[in-house]
Design a protein around this ligand. Structure first.
Ligand code: CP
Length: 307
């Protein structure tokens, strides 16, 4: 693995290898072990052209714990604001001996463009591109599910909400189907679920009740207001009434179902606060596992850990 751009097409053995490698890093991400030297002498450039709290911070922590030098480019204060092109920015940062670019961009495909133009020894990890892919979120979601549920082959996983605009949904679905998840359901109003999803190996449900009935895992998605035009945008109250996950509706899922959300959360829009903060929520453990998973990804692509 030279770059990580998507979970689509990643073979099952590589997905499993990343999750197993992450499991070995949990003691480092928990701070029992302070650092490992796998990226010592390497420079990791965090390039977040779109805002982030969880992904950017956990990539920074992960790279630091791998002993890399970490450079967080402040995009708003960079010369991108003067019109410098993406590829010119990359060429100049490459001239500063970058080894790995972590890239978030609002344009789908931007990390692919960068990967096509960097030198062979330079690695690119997609930290979320438009509505296309968010592979490390997909991987940390798989890590979380495996942690709590052990085996994918018996699981029903419901992915609920604004599937249309969600790069997380796509990355989760590709990873879940590759890992042999028994049933993947996508759940949302017709306006927010793409029409052609069945070939991805999912069951499409247009009511929350059908979608989460007897589910083992419920992954809630944020309404991506910033990617919607006015006509598509449902009102928050309407959406919550039909697709908001409340404690009452969660009772339709299995009693030991876990609730996940990639964040940021719109409390009272796609999910009730009582569920976010409730006993079945594993939303904050997802964030913590993200450190070990991102350590695994960066060590595999750039740190000579076998792949
Ligand atoms: N889950 C996620 O990508 O969150 P951020 O946008 O805060 O990175």
């Amino acid at each position: 693995l030279i770059h990580l751009l998507s979970t689509e097409g990643l073979p099952r053995d590589i997905l499993t290898h990343i999750l197993d490698t992450a499991a070995n890093f949990v003691s480092v991400s928990d701070r029992e072990v302070k650092k490992v030297p796998l990226l010592r002498g390497k420079s990791v450039f965090n390039l977040f052209f779109e805002n982030s709290t969880r992904t950017r911070t956990t990539f920074e922590i992960a790279a630091t714990r791998l002993s890399a030098d970490v450079i967080n480019l402040d995009i708003a204060r960079s010369s991108a604001s003067k019109g410098e092109s993406l590829l010119d920015t990359i060429a100049n940062l490459s001239a500063m001996a970058a080894d790995l670019f972590v890239v978030r961009h609002s344009e789908s495909g931007a990390p692919y463009l960068i990967a096509q133009h960097v030198a062979p020894h330079v690695h690119v990890v997609n930290a979320g591109d438009g509505r296309h892919a968010h592979p490390t979120q997909g991987l940390l979601d798989m890590y979380t599910i495996r942690h709590y549920k052990k085996d994918f082959s018996n699981l029903t996983v419901a992915v609920v909400g604004d599937v249309l605009h969600s790069r997380v949904a796509r990355s989760d679905i590709h990873a879940l189907t590759t890992l042999g998840c028994a049933e993947v359901r996508v759940v949302g109003p017709k306006t927010l679920v793409p029409a052609n999803m069945a070939p991805m190996g999912v069951r499409v449900c247009h009511t929350l009740e059908e979608g989460i009935k007897d589910a083992d895992v419920v992954i809630m998605l944020r309404l991506q207001n910033e990617r919607m035009s006015g006509a598509l945008l449902p009102s928050s109250q309407e959406f919550f009434k039909s697709f908001g996950l409340t404690p009452e509706k969660l009772q339709l899922a299995k009693p030991d179902a876990i609730v996940m959300h990639p964040g940021p959360i719109n409390r009272g829009v796609e999910i009730a606060s009582a569920v976010v903060d409730g006993k079945q929520s594993v939303i904050l453990p997802q964030v913590t596992f993200g450190i070990a998973v991102r350590m695994a990804v960066m060590s595999i692509v750039a740190g000579n850990v076998a792949n």
